[in-house]
Design a protein around this ligand. Structure first.
Ligand SMILES: C[S@@+](CC[C@H](N)C(=O)[O-])C[C@H]1O[C@@H](n2cnc3c(N)ncnc32)[C@H](O)[C@@H]1O
Length: 119
């Protein structure tokens, strides 16, 4: 669906929009201290990492997930740390046990629109 090499050259506008909205709504979102956060459809991990560093630096753990193994491989190679990593997941399917009831916040940018099954 997405080519990771092309993707990370072309998502600057998406990142700008996502960061702008997170800044605008941060007082409403009320991020919890020491929280664990899941980013659904994280793509190459660059936006996940930027959010982690610039918007919610006091969060404890951030996990990014994506249906694309290529995206997850790239994300883990470039943006994983002791506080965050990336895992393959098709959000249209069942949530695996290790991702259930584990997160304080779940975010997603420009990804859920790609899901055919919306329930
Ligand atoms: C436009 S990219 C957005 C990536 C990132 N959120 C960003 O804003 O830079 C959409 C991503 O959603 C992923 N995606 C599409 N369908 C998905 C699904 N069913 N489950 C998980 N990820 C999915 C794609 O592989 C792609 O990486």
């Amino acid at each position: 669906m997405f080519n990771v090499k092309l993707y990370n050259k072309s998502n600057a506008l998406q990142q700008t929009h996502a960061m702008k909205y997170l800044e605008e709504y941060k007082s409403i979102i009320n991020w919890k201290m020491d929280s664990t956060i899941l980013d659904i459809g994280c793509g190459d991990g660059s936006l996940t990492s930027k959010i982690f560093k610039e918007i919610i630096p006091n969060c404890k753990t951030m996990i990014g997930c994506d249906i694309s193994e290529d995206m997850i491989r790239f994300a883990n190679e470039h943006y994983a740390s002791e506080r965050g990593n990336f895992t393959t997941l098709n959000i249209e399917g069942e949530l695996p046990d290790q991702l259930r009831e584990r997160f304080h916040h779940v975010i997603s940018f420009f990804a859920l629109n790609w899901c055919l099954r919306q329930e």
